[in-house]
Design a protein around this ligand. Structure first.
Ligand code: AMP
Length: 483
């Protein structure tokens, strides 16, 4: 994660995936496969660090997993029977190799590597304190703060130091760490980001999602619990609970968009949840129409659920070109708009003269919806009704999902009716918050909320210390004024 002030740019946070395995001879090769399955969680950079009994060979680069780890020479260099890896999705100029994880440090007790999915919300504050104490940061990632907190901890073994460091940080983190003959997994006390434990024969495996276990043939054992630290050592899995417990706040957006549909989270099939959300959306806001069309690929399961519930036929009315990156990777609005056209094309034969229901998972800036609605009209649709399988995204995420600053979110600026006009649809409806919870098996959203749904409610379960504190420039000005 990046530690630049959050409001300096609209693309500062990252999305990531982590993976670790202890035991097998070809550990790094398994990590490369695991990262491949987690590619959707981060497409800009990837890295692997292994332990060969003495050294910690590593390889990190910008790019996608297949390109970075497709070379035999690279894979041969990553020796050892323990390894961890990371995929990262950064979107600022700070996409530098020095920020690519896993981060590595030499401590008194030996080498230690760390891969982080999530976003710390007091890392800037801690970083300033650490810099004042003489710590020299090598990167701009918030993850490095954990390394320095470990270095300046009162002592003890690697576990003691990691626990002492993590007790000081706030925010969302699922970590996979590598020490000498040891792989460690940790989830923050609220369990915002996922982390699962699997077994490959007698070898324990940690991964952001179960799809990464599937690809190496590992068996899913269980989710690492919120606030749990699992220590994998000599084939054993030790479970520790070193943090004060907090209510579980798993990210609801993992279900809506972020996770792969073939993953299981908290025991739920993500695909099935998405279908149920689509069905609920149809119950709440169906309209007379001829065809249900998903915005591919993320809208597909919800559209299937919608079509099943409404009895309206489902068809692939938009075909996606798979050889272009996600729209979000594009750095400027102009290129982003172009990106949407590059990505989708109307399947005219199925649209001409039809009343169309489009199903997508979310509206962020509105760029995709505007283009897709226009595309439907150009292809001869008689009516275009937009249905969204999440409530309006009105707040930024500070816990590891890449979202623009609040001011750029369409739902922050406009009412649903204004959004409808903006995207040019005949009607627009979002699933209700209670409906979303219903699809997840709850009667409704409790007052305390069973998930982190801050992007829809502004109800942030973990303090946003850095984001509420004055910016360094403001502090400087304040100091000048006082002088
Ligand atoms: P927008 O075009 O800005 O309204 O973004 C909405 C589209 O982006 C939807 O089709 C989503 O599938 C997709 N999307 C939503 N959230 C994200 C995210 N955090 N990263 C990348 N794509 C996203």
């Amino acid at each position: 994660m990046l530690t630049t002030h959050p409001f300096d740019d609209d693309k500062l946070r990252e999305e990531c995936g982590v993976f670790g395995v202890l035991g097998p001879l070809d550990a790094a090769a398994l990590v490369a496969l695991g990262l491949h399955a987690l590619q959707h969680r981060g497409q800009e950079a990837a890295g692997i660090v292994s332990f060969d009994g003495r050294d910690f060979p590593s390889h990190r680069a910008l790019g996608q997993v297949g390109d970075i780890f497709g070379s035999e020479a690279v894979m041969r260099s990553l020796k050892g029977n323990a390894a961890i890896g990371h995929v990262r999705y950064a979107t600022t100029g700070e996409t530098a190799v020095r920020n690519v994880q896993p981060l590595y440090a030499e401590f008194e007790f030996g080498g230690f590597a760390l891969a982080h999915n999530g976003n710390l919300t007091n890392a800037l504050m801690l970083r300033r304190q650490l810099v004042r104490r003489g710590c020299l940061f090598q990167s701009t990632t918030d993850t490095e703060t954990i390394i320095h907190l470990m270095a300046t901890a009162r002592g003890g073994n690697v576990i003691d130091r990691l626990v002492e460091a993590l007790r000081q940080v706030e925010g969302a983190y699922s970590l996979v760490c590598l020490g000498k003959d040891q792989v460690i997994g940790v989830r923050d006390p609220s369990g915002v980001r996922p982390l699962v434990l699997g077994m490959l024969g007698e070898h324990p495996v940690l991964a952001s999602e179960t799809v990464a276990l599937d690809i190496i043939g590992a068996e899913y054992i269980r989710d690492v619990a919120p606030g749990e630290m699992v220590v994998l050592e000599a084939g054993q899995v030790q479970s520790l609970r070193p943090f004060q417990s907090a209510p579980s706040k798993f990210c609801i957006f993992e279900y809506i968009y972020f996770a792969r549909p073939d993953s299981f989270m908290e025991g739920h099939s993500v695909y099935e949840v998405r279908k149920k959300i689509g069905a609920q959306l149809a119950i709440e806001s169906n309209v007379d129409a001829d065809i249900v069309i998903p915005v591919p690929d993320s809208g597909v399961p919800a559209a299937l659920g919608y079509a099943e519930e409404s009895g309206i036929s489902f068809d692939l009315g938009i075909i996606r070109n798979h050889y272009v990156g996600r729209t979000f990777i594009q750095p400027t609005d102009k290129i982003r708009r172009l990106g949407v056209k590059l990505k989708h094309n109307a399947n005219r034969a199925y649209i001409q003269g039809k009343r169309v229901i489009l199903v997508d998972d979310s509206i962020v800036r509105g760029t995709t919806s505007v283009k897709i609605v226009e595309m439907m009209r150009d292809a001869g649709a008689k009516e275009v009704h937009m249905r969204i399988s999440s409530p309006p995204t009105s707040h930024s995420c500070f816990y590891g999902i890449d979202t623009p600053e609040k001011e750029k979110l369409l739902a922050h600026k406009l009412s649903v009716e204004e959004m409808r006009r903006f995207i040019g649809a005949d009607s627009l409806a979002f699933i209700s918050l209670d409906g979303l919870y219903k699809a997840l098996g709850h009667a409704k959203r409790d007052a305390g909320a069973q998930y982190c749904d801050a992007c829809f409610t502004g109800d942030y379960p973990i303090p946003l210390t850095d984001f509420e504190a004055p910016r360094p420039a403001d502090v400087h000005q304040l100091a000048e004024r006082r002088a």
